[in-house]
Design a protein around this ligand. Structure first.
Ligand code: FES
Length: 106
């Protein structure tokens, strides 16, 4: 099971054993990570699951898809490493992934 780390805005690190094919957002919600609101439940329709992918992981995670990129327009303080966590699927290749929760959601 891949291990991921989600860093909350206060610096608390949530280390989570994540099942493959679940999303980063689902793991954040299940583990009560503060700051991941996920209002649309993962439908790529709210942008309240915004995260910053750690620099070391940006290439492996890749860029947002077209629908996700459109939705990111509604997120707060979007950066080149911004992704919607409901659109990042856990896979073995992402073992060790680190993402950061922004200061606030949209
Ligand atoms: S949970 Fe709504 S866009 Fe990700």
């Amino acid at each position: 099971m891949p291990r991921i780390s989600i860093v909350a805005k206060d610096g608390t690190v949530f280390e989570i054993q994540a099942e493959s094919r679940t999303s980063v957002m689902e793991n954040a919600v299940r583990n009560s990570v503060p700051g991941i609101e996920a209002e649309c439940g993962g439908a790529c329709a709210c942008a309240t699951c915004h995260v910053y992918v750690d620099d070391a992981w940006q290439e492996k995670v890749g860029p947002p898809g077209p629908m996700e990129a459109d939705m990111l327009d509604f997120a707060y303080d979007v950066r080149p490493n911004s992704r919607l966590s409901c659109q990042i699927r856990i896979a073995d290749a992402l073992d060790g992934l680190v993402v950061h929760v922004p200061e606030r959601q949209s």
